[in-house]
Write a protein that binds this ligand. Structure first.
Ligand SMILES: C[S@@+](CC[C@H](N)C(=O)[O-])C[C@H]1O[C@@H](n2cnc3c(N)ncnc32)[C@H](O)[C@@H]1O
Length: 206
């Protein structure tokens, strides 16, 4: 799937469906938050949510006093949903419409969060590009939280094939600059009532 197809796919998902019709919807990003907060981040630490879409992680970070959340997504429509929900708090968030596999960061981040995005990169070239963006964007000592479908999770999401991970295979994928620090196996229940097994891993950049 090339960039145009991918961006059109996600634009269409977010433009034609209500939030609760999307399988990945969760009303509170509890695991993500727990793993980010375990990292003892300063409140002014820049936190980047990759493929954050319409997730409420930015809201939760603002609620806890974080002053520099950034949300990046390939879909403008997704980010518009978040901006509408946040209303006058939207200006406290930095919004970036970009494909993570082509993005060049213009600043450094202390934390990188990704829930259900990396697993869509089924081609090695995409994963290398993702890792290159991660290495450019994250400061040494920075934290990475990545949630993907687990080895016994679904084989597809949003009509697209995914690559499933264990914490170990994800660690191998990120390479030696990242140490695995915390693991959570999580059962996400979709709004339609289906159970999806995720693995969430927290890494620290050496
Ligand atoms: C399954 S959704 C998860 C959304 C969000 N992380 C959450 O937990 O609600 C995948 C998200 O990744 C975004 N996405 C897909 N490919 C992307 C890419 N190449 N670059 C940036 N975002 C991408 C989609 O627009 C969508 O918002």
């Amino acid at each position: 799937m090339d960039l145009t197809q991918s961006s059109e796919h996600w634009q269409q998902m977010y433009s034609t469906r209500q939030e609760q019709e999307l399988s990945w919807f969760e009303d509170a990003p509890n695991i993500s938050l727990e793993l980010l907060l375990t990292s003892q981040l300063d409140k002014d630490a820049p936190v980047l949510d990759i493929g954050g879409g319409a997730s409420r992680l930015a809201d939760a970070l603002l609620d806890r006093g974080f002053t520099q959340p950034t949300v990046l997504d390939i879909s403008e429509a997704a980010l518009e949903k978040s901006k509408l929900r946040l209303a006058n708090r939207a200006s406290q968030v930095r919004w970036i419409t970009a494909d993570i596999t082509r993005w060049e960061p213009d600043r450094e981040y202390r934390a990188w969060h990704d829930r259900a995005v990396f697993h869509f990169f089924t081609e090695e070239e995409q994963r290398l590009a993702y890792r290159s963006a991660l290495e450019k964007a994250l400061t040494p000592g920075g934290v990475v939280v990545i949630g993907t479908f687990a080895l016994d999770g679904p084989e597809r999401c949003s009509g697209l094939p995914v690559r499933r991970y264990s914490p170990e295979t994800l660690t191998a994928e990120l390479g030696r600059s990242f140490s695995l620090a915390t693991v959570r196996m999580v059962d996400h229940v979709t709004p339609a009532g289906k159970m999806q097994r995720f693995q969430f891993s927290r890494f620290v950049r050496k």
